[in-house]
Unconditional design. Structure first.
Length: 132
């Protein structure tokens, strides 16, 4: 009976791993919920690129709003209103970090991605900041 159970177990394990990148069809938001970034205090600015994904290709251009509940002293959002073009499933956005303006207390950034539309759900990403 173990011989029959093993292949089934492996198939289940493989399918579980392959489904880890799937998102609900209606999902639009950050690819990851949290990341880490090591910055160099000697740099005037650094660019951090984030990926925003959709669960399925978009039927129309989908406007997004990128915001942060935190003050923007140590960073700026290059395009706070990006668009996932029709027929696409993802875009990349750039965040400019200003290492010299990041104070010692600020250990993380929180960003929110809110798609346009009445049923749209916002997603968040937490970016843990570490000095080099």
């Amino acid at each position: 009976s173990t011989r029959l159970a093993l292949p089934f177990f492996y198939a289940l394990l493989i399918s579980a791993c392959s489904n880890s990148d799937n998102y609900p069809k209606e999902y639009i938001g950050f690819e990851k919920q949290s990341i880490s970034h090591t910055y160099d205090i000697k740099n005037e600015e650094e660019t951090l690129t984030l990926k925003i994904i959709a669960g399925e290709k978009q039927d129309t251009d989908r406007k997004l709003t990128i915001s942060s509940p935190m003050g923007g002293n140590g960073f700026s959002i290059q395009d706070p209103h990006p668009v996932i073009p029709k027929g696409k499933k993802s875009i990349k956005i750039d965040i400019t970090l200003y290492p010299k303006k990041i104070n010692g207390i600020q250990r993380a950034l929180r960003l929110t991605c809110t798609p346009d539309g009445k049923d749209a759900k916002a997603s968040e990403i937490s970016i843990r900041l570490q000095k080099k």
